[in-house]
Design a protein around this ligand. Structure first.
Ligand code: ACM
Length: 509
């Protein structure tokens, strides 16, 4: 397994000579008896393996498979008994590596993935997928051997939250595009998808009690392109689709700034004066009216509806770049709306400016600055808050790779693959160490990205770098190893039809 190119790098890999497993036409997937979720993951794996192998790959409840065959073939050797041989088994219990950890053991007789919880089985399945040849991603049958290298892997994440963000406000991405994105990020054990749903240009989620927000397509995007919105049914469908891939959707309603689109739709949110629609990329000019009671009725209604549609624990309230909201008003606003969100059962996430309001320790600040001293964020961590790390000069997927990159912005600098890889979440902010970090997130703002190919070109290969930053133990991370492993992923992206940036830092195959 030394030659394996798994990203993110697993915690522990012990190769075993002569124990390679070869998939064959008789390979079955056996799942934890009685577990619908394990069965579902087995079906997901079978769906990944069938197109390229052309094998049937039945998915069977492990007990039923064993009972049938032992009943008929009592006395057959273990090596030839279906249920123990020539199978990929997905079993719950006995992992001992936490809710997302797993053990993957490969012998000549089969592959076993064990985890304490379904999320761990799903993570193990993504590792297994990467242990197979890149051709496994082919949508049509490939005549070749399908070998999994023999050995044992024990793995678990360093941080519980590894995320990516799409900005639907500056440019709307359709539900099908978002689903394709979810499929891709899940392969790198990214387990949160943050959707930036509202901004000055557009409002992208249907709110039944404030229907004019999404009349007129929710407003145009930047430069007049990319209007659109998610109906509540589409949003719920997306959330369920992501959940089946162990990705938790985090909805963001940005406030008290970045609110122009709402104030276009509802002049009463703007002191009775309709705001003018905006399709330019400026920031920092809009604000909800902190002294008006209708502001809080609006927040209550929106939070209630969005929280009810969102099974995940988080609701993101934005809070960034509220330059048109005086600091005192900002504090008043946040102190009033944080309890609203919590009353609707959600944990508040906010861009790190939220720490100006001295929020309770339950609030998660999302850091989007650059490394150094940030006393308010450090104070929040000291009070017990956990911090989500998105340093703009490391994790922002909308920054250009180099000055020549056609898409993207450069206000936080250029981010080549090595820049996205070589940083540590526990040393970004003075006073915010390992225990204070919830995880990492790579945001992709959409001022310049339009198509799914645009999204992918900015995301790959930098998101796999951030995924390894968030998942792999520091002593498992090494740039030379990473760039070689990353090179082996290009054929997978090509087979899946995923666009990517051919960074000259990577020795592409
Ligand atoms: C941000 O980039 N305004 C959070």
């Amino acid at each position: 397994m030394a030659r394996s190119s798994v990203i993110p790098a697993p915690m522990e890999v012990r190769p075993a000579q002569g124990q390679d497993f070869r998939l064959g036409p008789d390979t079955a997937i056996l799942t934890e008896p009685g577990s619908a979720r394990a069965r579902h993951i087995g079906q997901y794996l079978a769906t990944l393996l069938r197109p390229a192998t052309g094998y049937q790959i039945p998915v069977l409840d492990a007990d039923l498979a064993g009972a049938t065959t032992t009943g008929q073939e009592r006395g057959a050797s273990a090596a030839t008994t279906p249920g123990t041989a020539k199978a990929i088994s997905l079993r719950l219990g006995g992992g001992g590596l936490g809710p997302e950890g797993y053990r993957l053991n490969t012998t000549a007789d089969g592959v076993s993935v064990r985890a304490d919880a379904p999320a761990g089985l799903f993570a193990g399945v993504q590792t297994l997928r990467q242990l197979l040849p890149a051709d496994i991603e082919s949508p049509t049958p490939v005549a070749r051997e399908w070998t999994v290298p023999g050995g044992a892997i024990a793995d678990r994440p360093r941080f519980p939250y590894r995320g990516a963000m799409l900005d639907l406000a500056r440019h709307f991405h359709s539900p099908d595009e978002i689903k394709a994105f979810v499929d891709q990020i899940a392969a790198y054990k990214i387990n949160h998808l943050h959707l930036h749903l509202t901004d000055d240009q557009g409002w992208r989620i249907e709110i039944l009690s404030w229907p004019k927000l999404t009349a007129g397509d929710g407003g145009s995007g930047v430069d007049g392109a990319g209007g659109g919105y998610l109906t509540q049914a589409e949003y719920a469908d997306l959330v369920a689709y992501a959940a089946e891939r162990y990705v938790t959707v985090v909805p963001e309603i940005d406030m008290p700034g970045h609110t122009n689109a709402a104030q276009v739709a509802y002049p009463e949110l703007n002191g009775g004066v309709a705001a003018a629609p905006r399709t330019d990329p400026e920031v920092g000019y809009s604000t909800l009216r902190i002294g008006d009671e209708i502001t809080y009725a609006f927040v209550e209604d929106v939070v209630r509806e969005v929280a009810a549609l969102t099974p995940g624990p988080y609701l993101h309230v934005g809070g960034d770049e509220a330059d048109a909201t005086p600091d005192g008003d900002y504090r008043t606003f946040m102190r009033r709306i944080i309890p609203i969100v919590e009353r609707h059962g959600k944990t508040v996430l906010g861009w790190h400016e939220i720490t100006k309001a001295d929020p309770p320790a339950s609030v998660v600040p999302q850091f989007w600055g650059t490394a150094g001293a940030h006393p308010e964020v450090a104070a929040a961590a000291t009070r017990g808050a956990r911090v989500l790390m998105s340093p703009a000069n490391r994790a922002y997927l909308d920054m250009k790779y180099t000055p020549d990159t056609p898409l993207g912005l450069d206000w936080a600098g250029y981010i080549e693959v090595r820049d996205a890889y070589e940083w540590d979440p526990a040393t970004q902010i003075e006073g915010v160490g390992e225990a204070h970090v919830l995880g990492v997130e790579a945001p992709l703002w959409s001022e310049t990205v339009r198509t799914l190919a645009d999204v992918e070109t900015m995301t790959y290969p930098r998101l796999p770098a951030v995924a390894e930053v968030g998942w792999s133990a520091p002593d498992r991370r090494d740039w030379e190893s990473f760039r070689r492993r990353l090179a082996a992923h290009a054929p997978r992206w090509t087979l899946r039809g995923t666009a990517f940036h051919r960074s000259p830092q990577i020795p592409w195959e």
